[in-house]
Structure formats: structure tokens, C-alpha cells
Design a protein around this ligand. Sequence first.
Ligand code: 0GY
Length: 304
Amino acid sequence: MSFDKTPGWLDWYSNPSKPTFKLPAGSVDAHCHVFGPGDTFPFAPQRKYTPCDASMDQLFALRDHLGFDRNVIVQATCHGADNSALADACRSAGDKARGVATVKADVSHDELKLLHDAGIRGVRFNFVKRLVDITPEDELLAICEKIAPFGWHVVIYFEAPDLPELWDFFSSIPTQLVVDHMGRPDVTKPIDSAEFELFLRFMHEHPNVWSKVSCPERLTTNGLPALNGEQAAYQDVVPFARKVVETFPDRVLWGTDWPHPNLKDHMPDDGLLVDFIPHIATTADLQKRLLVDNPMRLYWPEET
Ligand code: 0GY
């Protein structure tokens, strides 16, 4: 089946630079996606966007080019609850990939077992209204019960203004809970604004909550400033990500977010994104925890 991309769609960067920052051995890109290819793994009828293709082979080539050892591949909303492309990528990667799926409340134990055997270790609950029709909380809690026997965790994607109303529901989730992209802070607000303070309090009060300190290219309002010596790209995001890394060094993860769905003004060079890391994790110890120790503990516990 062939698909027409959403008008204005930006394709992933085909020739990323080699990062200057040398990733620690065993680093994990803990947030990335595969899209199709649409003729093999059709996009879901209920999707809110139609992307370009971004195959597992292209993802694995990027992994090797950037110097990562492993990937955590997150089901993208354009594939709905059909996890075929994700499971195929995880299986094909051998032990070098784990996955986070999207499932419905009526998913069976046998279906979950197949996903587990492919390498899936979590489910994603999405609260971003432009991406999904929101699933009722009772259905999400039913999913939590079904994944419990597998020891999976839950990944949540929401935007900062929605945290107050979601707080109680998130608090009721019994598993480890991983927040995508720091709960999407508004980086034009001060770092000590009530909104970001609430997010930090959420992490303080819930020892089961982790955060991906990913997506500066999505959170920035400056676009990509000219690189200037030691200056980081996406500088307006640096204080936020650095604060989370330094406050919760054992509960942070990092990922490229390749192939970067729904960016509107620019497509990042993934090599430059890797060069962002030492600006938010400023010591070798913090870098190793962010890129190796933490994702390994969550996704490959048998090897830690
Ligand atoms: C991300 C962010 C986005 C999209 C998705 O699954 C998705 O479609 O996650 C977004 O549009 O903000 O993490 O990839």
C-alpha cells in the first residue's frame, strides 16, 4: 500500500554528521521509532499524521553511525496499536533493541507474551491530543493489570499544562513510569516557574518516575542556533534538561527521537543532537548513568 505524506512533512536527515562527543561504551538510544515502511507495515487508519518511511535498517545504520550500541524503539502513534513493525525491528536487532508498545485494553495474555518474546518491555500511554484520541483511564488501568505479570513499565507522553489534571491518575499507576521529553516544558518560562517546579515535584514525590531528557529540537523556541565553540545547540533547553539530570541522575534516559515525527521548522542533524548530551550531562559519571547504566537497568536488567 502506498501512502501520501502529511503536507509539509519533514523527512529525517539523510546524512548526519559524526558526533564530536564520543558516547560511552554500551550507550543506548532510549527513544526512537520506526515508520513502516508503509508498503510492508501499513500505517493505521486512525493515525493523525502520515510520515515518510523510516525502516529498521535505516535506524540500525544510524545507531552504528552515531556510536550507540542499542535502541529502545517506541511505538509511534501512526501505527496505532498494530505493533508489527516495532516487533519485527526488535526481533531483527537480536539483543540490541527493546521496545515499548501500544496496546488496547482487550489485549490478550498470549499477545503480550508474543510481544515480550520479541523484546517489548513497556507500553506507552499518550495524552497529547493532537496525536491520539485519549484512552479512558479505566482502560489504561486494565492494561496496567495485564502487563504486571511481564514486569513491564509504562511510558507517558503529555504536555506540561496537563500535569495537574493527570497527577492523580499517574500516581495510581503501580509500575515504573517513564515520562517522555520531561513532560514537554515551556522553555520560554523561567526554570523556577510553577510549571517546571511541579514536574520536579512530581519526580521527587514518585520514586518510580523516570524522565527522558530528550527532544531539545522539539522543545526549543530558538530553532538551531549557529554552533559557536562550546555553545550548545538548542541552548534554551539546556537548563531544563541539566536540572533533571543533576537532580535525578539515576532516573534519566536519553534518546534521539529519530525519525523526529511532526517537526515543523527544521529537521535536526542527529550527530549534533548527540553533541548536545555533554551540555546536559556534564561529567563522565552523569553521562554513563544517563546513557548506559539507567537504560540497561530498565530494559536489560538481566545484564546489569
Ligand atoms: C515523539 C513525539 C511525537 C510523536 C510521537 O508517536 C508519535 O507519533 O511520539 C510528537 O509529535 O510530539 O516522541 O516522537
